[in-house]
Write a protein that binds this ligand. Structure first.
Ligand code: HPA
Length: 267
């Protein structure tokens, strides 16, 4: 299956990507910085699901960033859209099979840590899978990865160090913390957010965890950033909205873009 998809993609682009990017809510515009782009709509890629989440375009963009060959998922799949997690893992495996050994993921997230503010960028150091499901459930394809993959270094320590140094060099303030993944699509309740804080979460969101598990399984090095678009439910005494997430994402994405550019330069 994967080799079918890979062959079909190779007929449409000469780029052999070394770095994969997965862009989250409000951050999709970063793909426009890719030079000499080859753009493939998900609809035209065999076995790819289609994205329906607001602010997600649904295409793979191949090209170069800072002279490095990249592939970028402009728009991702979410479990809350009804996609099985196998559909969410699939593009990650395809990007690895195309040549990418590193994946950089971004997402929009709610701040659980009371010291965080809307607009902060957080480097994910670890995650808590609170989705109650795992993309690797089912028969394991040993040619992709092991049955029981290690997750001790799910967010690659060397890449985190490199990213931290890049952020310091560019004077980009960088938070670090634990991302807790929920299914959504409802936002969390204030009681859930208090519970997540006790569990050790700094941010909460509805994506990333399945992709990171799939990427580790197939042997990719992972780096991930959350843009804190809002403080999570109950931190402030006012309701949350999905629209707010996208507008803050778009308004505050500049720093995240500078950071990712600096990281790619340093890779
Ligand atoms: N909760 C879950 N997902 C999110 C949030 C949130 O507060 N903000 C952006 N994505």
């Amino acid at each position: 299956m994967i080799s079918n998809t890979v062959n079909s993609i190779r007929q449409r682009t000469k780029v052999v990507p070394k770095i994969a990017l997965v862009l989250g809510s409000g951050l999709g515009r970063f793909a426009e910085r890719i030079e000499d782009p080859d753009v493939l709509d998900y609809r035209d890629i065999p076995r790819f699901a289609h994205s329906t989440a607001p602010g997600h375009k649904g295409r793979l963009v191949f090209g170069t960033l800072s002279g490095k060959p990249v592939v970028c998922m402009q728009g991702r799949f979410h479990y809350y859209e009804g996609h099985p997690l196998s559909d969410i893992a699939y593009p990650i495996r395809v990007m690895k099979a195309l040549g990418a050994d590193v994946v950089i993921l971004t997402n929009a997230a709610g701040g659980v840590n009371p010291r965080f503010s809307a607009g902060d960028v957080m480097m994910i150091e670890d995650h808590i899978n609170f989705m109650g499901i795992n993309p690797l459930i089912g028969p394991n394809d040993e040619s992709v990865g092991p049955r029981f993959p290690d997750m001790t270094y799910a967010y690659d320590p060397a890449l985190r160090e490199l990213a931290f140094a890049a952020a310091c060099k560019c004077r980009i303030p960088l938070r670090r913390g634990v991302y807790l993944g929920c299914t959504g699509p409802s936002f969390e309740t204030p009681a859930e957010i208090r519970a997540f804080r006790l569990l050790g979460a700094d941010a909460v969101g509805m994506s990333t965890v399945p992709e990171v598990i799939a990427a580790n399984h197939c042997g990719m090095q992972v780096l991930a950033f959350s843009l804190i678009t809002n403080l999570a439910a109950g931190v402030l005494d006012r309701p949350l909205s999905g629209e707010e997430v996208n507008t803050i994402g778009e308004r505050k994405s500049g720093e995240m873009e500078r950071l990712i550019t600096a990281v790619i330069e340093a890779l």
